[in-house]
Design a protein around this ligand. Structure first.
Ligand SMILES: *Cc1c(COP(=O)(O)O)cnc(C)c1O
Length: 399
């Protein structure tokens, strides 16, 4: 058994620091890029350009190139990115925005905050992403926009969603907080990066995301120059010219230290994704053939960047009991998301689609996410997967 990280050479840190299994291990990752970050931070102190400074501009340019997007606009966080995207579309109060309920609440929150109406759409049982047929059925006369969420790191069926959007004249804002770097393949064989397919793409650089900074950060991608200009203006108090507000905007910007961190990490993103895929492959092989465990499904049209490795447990298994068992063995695990948006107190009053959201309701009870990050070691993966199987066995024995 090896104690090495899957792709990187062991870091210089002592074993005890990295030994404890973590859901996300940012400390070990930091120690590998420490020098670049320290140098960049020093530069920020030297120039004192603390907000939207040169490191932020350099990073946005590099990210635009990586994604093949015309413009990347920095902002304060992923939630702001989504809010700004909606603000740029000139929607009217009460207009409807179609969104999955099985997502982080931020996606629905910004819709409600702007006086728009979220219409929650059910998910595909295999991909956990917005279901194209359910989407089609949820469209009404006031529908104006769709926000697909690329949950856990796999892109939604964007070609189907874009076709529906075109048919009904709807905007598409991609919530790409979890799938940065993932590739989508169209029927004609062409590919695009997640977040660059809809009219606007949004992402979060929250520390635990696949491309995370050391605080809050977010970005908006736009190909249309007019939209890009408007988004930039909205994020800066509606100003194009200083002290001249033509629009009611907000204050949402990225500080230069975060630009340094992201600039240092972006060149490693593909290797980070590779490490996550290797960890997922290990889990897959360990769980292969256990019919009570549904492994993460891989859609043909998308690559998976494994923001999360999420198992869907068979109904015969008690998900929460398995989570407790793993915790008792010092294996952290999480439920993304235990209460879907349409069941939240704050959102329950919005009109429900006919037939409800049976897949969302079901999956929220049976999903469990295992530790997933760039620093997982083979011995850790082995211990985690063996313990998962032990927990499953234990439940079967007492059933
Ligand atoms: C993290 C996340 C957000 C919000 O990003 P913040 O930077 O925390 O505001 C929005 N949507 C999804 C799907 C997310 O995972």
């Amino acid at each position: 058994m090896t104690s090495q990280s899957l792709i990187f050479a062991p870091s210089n840190s002592s074993m005890t620091l990295t030994h404890k299994i973590q859901m996300v291990d940012l400390g070990s990752q930091y120690r590998r890029i420490q020098e670049d970050i320290q140098t960049g931070f020093d530069e920020v102190f030297q120039t004192c350009a603390f907000v939207n400074g040169p490191p932020v501009k350099r990073f946005c340019k590099a990210l635009a190139e990586y994604l093949g997007a015309n413009t990347v606009i920095p902002c304060g966080n992923g939630t702001d990115a989504l809010q700004l995207a909606l603000m740029a579309l000139d929607l009217d109060q009460g207009d409807e925005v179609l969104v999955p309920s099985f997502t982080f609440v931020a996606t629905a929150e910004v819709i409600a905050l702007l006086g728009l109406t979220p219409v929650f759409v059910d998910i595909d049982p295999k991909t956990f992403n917005m279901d194209a047929d359910a989407l089609r059925k949820a469209i009404g006369p006031r529908s104006k926009c769709i926000i697909p969420v690329h949950l856990y790191g796999q892109v939604c069926d964007m070609e189907a969603i874009m076709n529906i959007a075109k048919e009904h004249n709807l905007y598409v804002i991609e919530d790409n907080a979890q799938a940065i770097g993932a590739d989508y393949t169209f029927a004609d064989g062409s590919t695009k990066k997640a977040g660059t397919i809809g009219h606007i793409g949004c992402t979060s650089f929250y520390p635990s995301k696949n491309l995370g900074c050391y605080g809050d950060g977010g970005a908006i991608f736009a190909n249309c120059p007019h939209l890009a200009e408007k988004l930039t203006q909205l994020a800066n108090h509606g100003q194009k010219v200083k002290y001249t507000s033509d629009l009611v905007g907000v204050n949402s910007r990225m500080d230069s230290f975060q630009g340094v961190v992201l600039g240092a990490k972006l060149p490693h993103l593909d290797r980070y994704i590779y490490a996550r895929r290797q960890a997922a492959k290990f889990y897959d092989q360990a769980f292969q053939g256990f019919e009570l465990l549904n492994l993460p499904y891989r859609a043909t049209y998308s690559t998976h960047v494994f923001h999360q490795y999420t198992l869907l447990l068979d109904d015969r298994l008690d998900r929460d009991a398995l989570g407790d068992f793993l915790r008792s063995k010092e294996i952290p695990n999480m439920i993304y998301y235990p209460i879907p948006c349409h069941q939240q107190k704050a959102y329950a009053h919005y009109p429900q689609v006919h037939g409800g959201l049976p897949v969302t309701d079901h999956h929220a009870k049976q999903v469990i996410s295992l530790p997933m990050h760039t620093e997982l070691r083979v011995d850790q993966l082995k211990y985690i997967s063996e313990t998962v199987l032990e927990g499953v066995d234990k439940q079967l024995a007492t059933a």
